[in-house]
Design a protein around this ligand. Structure first.
Ligand code: IVH
Length: 674
């Protein structure tokens, strides 16, 4: 290979990278598109003649690799948080006041104000300046590996420029600019293909294409607005300087951001952006304010899943008028009977709305919605559409008020609505097809019977084929029956039977939780099991002595009533009998009366928690009487597993020790008023 070719390839790549930077980051192109295309063509030809010169970060290699069958999973080392929302000026002022108070500052605080882009959040890791991996936000802790698709975003660099840190995880929003969105839809329509309802769906749909060649044809862009993990670099003092640094490294950032002072400055920016909104080349659903000083951001930290140092200020919702065609009742997976209004389709907030949930019967009465009514429907950004109000003046005479159905529309069991409760429920339980699947999914879930490999799809198949009507039927499944199911190999069938066999050896708290008794979560199940020691004692008390049940810490009349109703039903007692017959066993626990609600319980913490530090979690548990130990044993009551848990979690699984995630811990603490 000629030395000349190698040098020319290097020079062309540097030249192309410089033009990309000027075009996409500085928005200041130096040469016409045709000249740029010539450089690209020359590079392509040279690489075709000398394939050994091709590298992954060459601008010709944006579309690399064949379509994949599925996206891999990526764990975010630093969780990707969301933002608290504000809709009014007062909420913004309150946010600013809280920040001032927490920081003990008097003067106006500086904020960095940015458009809130309507796309999807993506995190990208550059190692030694080379794009290594990109992932969607997912649930904030785990996302999907979309590296191949992010590589196809022309404005996003495959390699950083300048003096970048050796490890840089950058975060931002992938979106489809409006012009591209409109063009894409026009072309799709002409081809008779599906169009996207809004740019946000278009961006999400395009990024989640399994074939990167398709993503490459979609006009996506990304603006960076924050960091994940970095190393070998010291942070600047300000958010604006951070963005300048990103820009210097060749990363595109939004050009419409600004520094503002105090709540007043924030509101002024909000109103300016509101006016400019219709002329911006991309869709936004509000603006975001972030404390300008990073040291302040650090000091304020996070609560739950949003930073205290940032706020999303949303534009007012969009409203439209339409007519109610019908009101129907749906039975949810938990038995809740929910009214849904079927509407004349109406375009609002960027999508066509033809159904809205009315949440519950009280809401129907409160809003006094009737069939045939003219109503106002609202939809803001990606928020679920809602029915705002009825225009009474337009009501047809004699329109009858809506009644709660007496019978479940799915299984015809009785529907009951308790005094003081908003939700009406079908009493069918396991016998209602709408609830069966969910009841079994819950029974099999990790914190319940932990039946590995029994996922949602498989449960649906088993229920559909009527092989399983109640959880006890699971333990009667045979290899032949499983073989008969679609996509079920011999090996996976055998694995499932083995997992079912393993799950038979369980604990009382797990079993109690698995039964899916309303109001009995993991924490309550644990308290009940600790208190009564064995199931029969609990059943006896639940049926005949509710006052004994109310003795249990964390249990009040509501839980006692649910337990009573559950164990009074012959079908439920029969279920327990059938589980016992099938060989499901749990150990007897030593009952103990306890002064503090968690006395006698031992917890082990593993992994990182996001809302609490470990010492905080430890203090909260000890205050309730629990012990917090460093290692897991058979005596451990429960392991609290945060993000990226260690071997303690494996040990907990091996020993059958119940595991709570952070949300479970929060519920446990909340149940005891902490
Ligand atoms: S900052 C901890 N800045 O809004 C900071 N987010 O509601 C988290 N978003 O998931 C994000 N524009 O998808 C930030 N300028 C901006 C944004 C922005 C849009 C999205 C992002 C995030 C969601 C949170």
């Amino acid at each position: 290979m000629s030395q000349g070719a190698r040098e020319r390839v290097g020079a062309l790549r540097a030249e192309i990278a410089r033009h990309d930077y000027r075009y996409y980051v500085l928005d200041d192109p130096e040469i016409p598109d045709a000249e740029y295309d010539k450089l690209m063509l020359e590079l392509q030809r040279l690489e075709a003649a000398h394939p050994d010169l091709i590298t992954a970060d060459s601008p010709t290699q944006r579309v690399a690799g064949a379509p994949s069958g599925a996206f891999g999973e990526v764990v975010h080392q630093v969780p990707m948080l969301s933002l608290d929302n504000a809709f009014t000026d007062e909420e913004v002022a309150a946010f600013d006041r809280r920040a001032l108070e927490r920081l003990g500052e008097a003067g106006p605080l500086e904020y960095w104000a940015e458009p809130k882009l309507d796309g999807l959040a993506v995190s990208a890791i550059f190692r030694e300046g080379v794009l290594e991996r990109a992932a969607t936000r997912g649930d904030g802790f785990k996302g999907e590996d979309v590296t191949a698709n992010v590589r196809t975003i022309r404005s996003f660099p495959l390699r950083l420029r300048g003096k970048f840190p050796p490890l840089l995880e950058v975060r931002g929003e992938v979106f489809m600019p409006l012009a591209g969105f409109e063009r894409f839809n026009r072309e799709a329509e002409a081809r008779g293909e599906k169009v996207f309802v809004n740019p946000r769906n278009a961006a999400a749909g395009s990024l989640r294409q399994l074939d990167p060649r398709i993503s490459a044809t979609r006009p996506l862009k990304m603006y960076c607005y924050g960091l994940g993990r970095t190393s070998g670099w010291s942070l600047p003092e300000r958010q604006s300087e951070l963005l300048e640094a990103l820009k210097d490294w060749g990363l595109p950032v939004c050009p419409h951001s600004a520094r503002v002072r105090g709540a007043e400055g924030c509101l002024q920016y909000f109103h300016e952006m509101g006016e400019r909104r219709a002329r911006l080349p991309y869709q936004i659903d509000g603006v975001v304010y972030k404390l300008e000083r990073l040291a302040y951001q650090e000091r304020l930290g996070f609560v739950a899943r949003a930073p205290r140092w940032a706020l999303a200020h949303k534009f007012p919702a969009e409203e439209a008028m339409t007519r109610v065609r019908a009101i129907e009742w749906q039975v949810g997976r938990t038995g809740a009977v929910t009214p849904v209004a079927r509407l004349e389709p109406v375009f609002v907030g960027g999508v066509t709305v033809s159904n809205v949930t009315l949440h519950n019967f009280d809401e129907v009465r409160r809003k006094d919605v009737r069939v045939g009514d003219t109503v106002v429907v609202r939809r803001a950004g990606d928020v679920i559409p809602e029915l705002v109000r009825v225009i009474q003046e337009r009501r047809e005479a004699h329109a009858p008020a809506v009644q709660l159905p007496k019978r479940c529309p799915v299984c015809h069991s009785e529907v009951i609505k308790r005094e003081g409760e908003a939700v009406a429920r079908c009493t069918g339980g396991f016998s209602c097809p709408a609830q069966r699947q969910e009841a079994i999914r819950h029974f099999a879930s990790r914190l319940a019977m932990d039946i590995e490999g029994l996922g949602e799809k498989l449960i649906a198949q088993l229920v559909e084929a009527e092989l399983v009507r109640s959880p006890a039927d699971l333990y009667r499944l045979t290899a032949e029956q499983l073989q008969g199911l679609e996509r079920m190999g011999e090996k996976s069938g055998a694995n499932l039977l083995a997992a079912l066999e393993r799950s038979k050896h369980t604990t009382l708290p797990r079993l109690l939780y698995a039964l899916g008794i309303r109001e009995v979560g993991e924490a309550t199940a644990l308290s009940l099991a600790r208190h009564f020691g064995e199931l029969d004692a609990l059943i006896e008390a639940a049926r005949a002595h509710p006052e004994q049940v109310e003795q249990v810490p964390d249990v009040g009349p509501v839980v006692a009533a649910e337990l009573h109703a559950f164990f009074a039903a012959p079908a439920h007692r029969e279920l327990i009998e059938r589980l016992r017959e099938a060989g499901v066993r749990w150990e007897r626990l030593e009952p103990r009366a306890s002064a503090l609600p968690l006395a006698g319980q031992t917890f082990v913490l593993t992994g990182t928690l996001s809302a609490l530090t470990r010492p905080e979690a430890q203090a909260a548990l000890t205050a309730l009487g629990a012990k917090v130990a460093g290692s897991v044993s058979k005596k451990t009551t429960c392991v609290i597993a945060g993000d990226a848990p260690g071997s303690k979690l494996d040990k907990a699984h091996a020993l059958g020790v119940p595991v709570l995630d952070e949300a479970g811990l929060r519920r446990l603490l909340a149940a005891h008023g902490r």
